[in-house]
Ligand binder design. Structure first.
Ligand code: IMP
Length: 185
């Protein structure tokens, strides 16, 4: 059994639903861990693992994600959680007010600890920032993000629909490929 260590219920719902389709069950471990300031999501999860390895006895999964705006060289990226708290969706809309590119990418990095090994998986979802907030589903920046190939925001989608497009669902697909790969003897 894998424990998904997250305080974010939305992340847990998305990941557990995507894994359940492949008959993989996870449990939620609702606890926080230190998130360092670093230039890449992968560094954040790798540092967190150095702490969690001593705290969690079995296999666990962690998720660090961010919204990367083209117009601002990838900002807020690794600082997304801080920007979400301070500025919210409205702040992002204000930043993009003056005809700036609305292209953006959501990224997720998972770290899976199994036994003595750490494996990292990535998922990306390109899209655009909507002209205003729309929808009530999901969490975080979902009301302002329209994934490529869709005409509505993540917050206007059901969980199953979001999982057809999302960065997190793509990281789940990479995780599943790893879990299904034949193990070396
Ligand atoms: P965290 O550091 O991985 O918890 O996430 C950073 C921030 O990115 C969160 O506070 C959310 O605001 C935002 N975020 C991460 N994933 C998503 C998502 O799937 N939808 C909307 N916002 C997200």
């Amino acid at each position: 059994m894998i424990a998904f260590v997250t305080t974010n219920e939305g992340k847990f719902r998305e990941v557990s639903a995507a894994l359940a389709e492949a008959s993989v069950r996870i449990v939620r471990e609702d606890r926080s861990y230190p998130e360092i300031q670093a230039d890449r999501l992968e560094k954040v999860v790798r540092f967190a693992a150095t702490i969690l390895d001593d705290q969690i006895p079995g296999d666990y999964l962690i998720d660090d994600s961010g919204l990367f705006l083209d117009a601002f060289g990838g900002f807020p990226g690794v600082y997304s959680s801080y920007v979400q708290k301070r500025l919210g969706c409205a702040g992002i809309l204000r930043l993009l007010a003056e005809g700036k590119s609305r292209a953006a990418t959501f990224e997720t990095v998972f770290l899976l600890r199994q036994g003595d090994s750490h494996e990292v998986f990535h998922g990306e979802c390109p899209g655009t920032i909507a002209s205003g907030e729309a929808g009530t589903g999901g969490f975080g920046f979902d009301p302002i993000f329209i994934p490529q190939g869709a005409t509505k925001t993540f917050a206007e989608m059901s969980l199953a629909e979001k999982n057809r497009f999302s960065h997190r669902a793509r990281a789940v697909a990479a995780l599943l490929a790893h879990l299904r790969a034949p193990k070396e003897p």
